[in-house]
Ligand binder design. Structure first.
Ligand code: SF4
Length: 258
């Protein structure tokens, strides 16, 4: 593999990146409410055991964590932006604020371009690194969402080993919301780690001030299912319906993920 930067020397994950030249920044999107998809990175370092993107893209699990860094995406975006009509979804296939973004800042550079042109954005992450760009996001038209799957750090470390803790994500959601950004929580997949903790979990989300929730079940693709069985964690329809009911009765707008 050419242009490979490998920082994975110690026991802790510290990144493996393949630098590639970006030839096209935007692609058409069929996701609801999103017209163009913008993904600065391919692959993802968060390592969520329930991630089905590797199976969708026929990528080996280990290779999925080698991040393809789409160098020059912001210049390509500058050339393509005049044709944009509607909303640009940032991070439709992988997380735009995974650790690679700390080093390469491609999401940030693209956001600046989109803000200059007044383009509406939909941005989704499970990282509080999004707060670094709070001043850029302020005043932009659009929405921002944060994924939450557990309330305690120990569970999060098992199911999403390299993603920020639930506390950091809740803090990010609260700060985005209080900055006037239209936010939502994506609760998904709802796993058995939330059984009997539904009330505490929903209260934590309500305390951020966000008023919208999307909720999702565990996908059952074969390799993903093997990984989940290996750690003894399953999807929980019971917790899902309880969370839906608690959030709705507290005035949140709850929708299923398409
Ligand atoms: S953050 Fe998203 S893309 Fe990245 S590993 Fe987790 S589920 Fe997959």
């Amino acid at each position: 593999m050419s242009n490979l930067l490998d920082f994975t020397g110690g026991n802790e994950w510290n990144g493996r990146y393949q630098l590639i030249k970006c030839k096209k920044a935007l692609s058409p999107s069929k996701l609801p409410g999103i017209d163009h998809a913008l993904n600065p990175y391919g692959g993802c370092e968060h390592g969520c055991l329930y991630c089905y993107a590797p199976e969708l893209t026929y990528t080996e699990w280990d290779d999925w964590r080698t991040v393809r860094v789409r160098m020059g995406i912001e210049s390509r975006l500058g050339k393509e932006i005049s044709a944009v009509k509607g909303t640009v979804g940032i991070g439709t296939t992988t997380d735009p604020y995974q650790p690679a973004e700390e080093r390469f800042e491609l999401t940030r550079k693209c956001l600046i371009k989109l803000k200059e042109k007044g383009v509406r954005v939909h941005i989704h992450t499970k990282s509080d690194l999004i707060l670094r760009d709070l001043q850029i996001l302020k005043g932009m038209e659009g929405e921002a969402g944060i994924t939450l799957t557990s309330i305690d750090e120990a569970s999060s470390k098992i199911i999403e080993p390299n993603a920020p803790s639930p506390a950091r994500r809740l803090d990010a959601l609260a700060k985005l919301t209080s900055a006037g950004i239209d936010t939502y929580a994506l609760v998904g997949p709802v796993l058995s780690v939330l059984d009997s903790k539904e009330e505490e979990f929903v209260n934590a989300i309500i305390s951020t001030g966000t008023r919208r929730m999307f909720i999702d079940s565990l996908n059952h693709r074969p390799l993903l299912s093997q990984r989940m069985q290996g750690i003894g964690i399953s999807g929980s329809d019971r917790a899902k319906e309880r969370i839906r009911s608690l959030a709705s009765s507290n005035g949140m707008i709850v929708s299923d993920v398409f």
